[in-house]
Design a protein around this ligand. Structure first.
Ligand code: ZN
Length: 257
C-alpha cells in the first residue's frame, strides 16, 4: 500500500505553519538584503521543516491505522487530500486499474496543531475514516452498488437554509446523510474508544436527528456495540428515520461522514 500526500495538502499545511508564528517586527530594523537572505531563507526552511514533520506524522498514522484494520493488501493507494471548506474529514473508496484507491480528506489545521500534543484524537479520526472503506470492502457488510443507488435516490424536498436567501428555498435530499450518520455510530461503537468519542458521536447524532424520540435514541444504543451491523439493516433504519421525519435539512448538511 502506497500513501501519497497531494501537493494541495502540503501547501495548506505549510500555510497553516506560516500563520502560527507571529510576524517578527525586528525584520523592520534590518537591511532588506539581510532580511531576505539571512532571516527570510532560514526561517522559511525552518517553517517548511515543521510542515514536513506534520504531514509525515499523519502519514505514519495512516500506515498504522491501515495496518490495524488490515487494509494493506486490499488497498493499493491512500491519497491524502485537504478537507473541503467545512474542515470535516471524509473518505472515499475508488476502484482503480491498479486496485482500490482510498482518498482521505483530513483537516490541515488539525494536522499542524496536534504536532506537539496528544496524537490520540487525530489517529482516532484516521481510524474512523479508514473503517468506512474497510467496511465497503467487507462482504459481510454488503455495501452493494444497488444499495448505494437506493441511498442516492431523492427522498423528497427540504427547506434549504442557504438557498432560501437567494430565492430558491427548497432542495432535493437523499438518504446518504441519514445512512452515513447511522454507519458512523456503528463504526465508533465497534472501535470501542479508538475512534471518534462517544460524546462527539452523540452530538453528531443529535444534530442530524434533532427530533429523535426514545425509539430513535434506542437505535443509537443498539448500534453502539462491538458488532458489525450490515449495510442492509442500516438502510432499513435510515428509511424509518426518514419516514419518522426526525431529521432536518440543516442536520443533514452538518452530518459528517
Ligand atoms: Zn464517518
Amino acid at each position: 500500500m502506497r500513501i501519497t500526500v497531494h501537493d494541495d495538502f502540503k501547501w495548506r499545511v505549510t500555510l497553516e505553519v506560516e500563520s502560527l508564528k507571529p510576524f517578527d517586527e525586528s525584520v523592520f530594523r534590518r537591511q532588506p538584503s539581510e532580511v531576505i537572505l539571512v532571516e527570510g531563507e532560514a526561517s522559511r526552511k525552518r517553517r517548511y521543516a515543521v510542515a514536513y514533520r506534520a504531514w509525515k506524522r499523519l502519514v505514519r498514522m495512516v500506515e498504522e491505522a491501515a495496518a490495524e484494520l488490515g487494509l494493506q493488501d486490499s488497498v493499493s493507494e491512500v491519497l491524502l487530500l485537504p478537507s473541503t471548506e467545512s474542515g470535516e474529514p471524509s473518505v472515499d473508496l475508488v476502484p482503480g486499474a491498479d486496485g482500490n484507491l482510498v482518498s482521505l480528506r483530513m483537516c490541515p489545521i488539525e494536522t499542524v496543531h496536534n504536532r506537539t500534543g496528544d496524537d490520540e484524537p487525530l489517529i482516532n479520526t484516521v481510524r474512523h475514516e479508514l473503517t468506512h472503506p474497510r467496511d465497503e470492502l467487507d462482504l459481510a457488510f454488503g455495501y452493494t452498488a444497488a444499495l448505494r443507488y437506493e441511498l442516492e435516490r431523492p427522498i423528497g424536498w427540504a427547506k434549504d437554509p442557504i438557498a432560501c436567501s437567494c430565492g430558491k428555498g427548497r432542495q432535493r435530499v437523499n438518504m446518504t446523510h441519514c445512512f452515513g450518520e447511522l454507519w458512523n455510530v456503528n463504526i465508533d461503537g465497534r472501535l470501542q474508544g479508538r475512534g471518534v468519542s462517544e460524546a462527539t458521536r452523540r452530538r453528531g447524532f443529535g444534530a442530524t436527528f434533532p427530533k429523535a424520540t426514545d425509539k430513535h435514541l434506542a437505535v443509537f444504543e443498539d448500534l453502539w456495540r462491538p458488532v458489525l451491523v450490515p449495510c442492509s439493516r442500516l438502510v432499513e433504519l435510515s428509511w424509518e428515520f426518514v419516514k419518522d421525519r426526525v431529521w432536518t435539512y440543516e442536520g443533514m448538511l452538518t452530518a459528517r461522514r
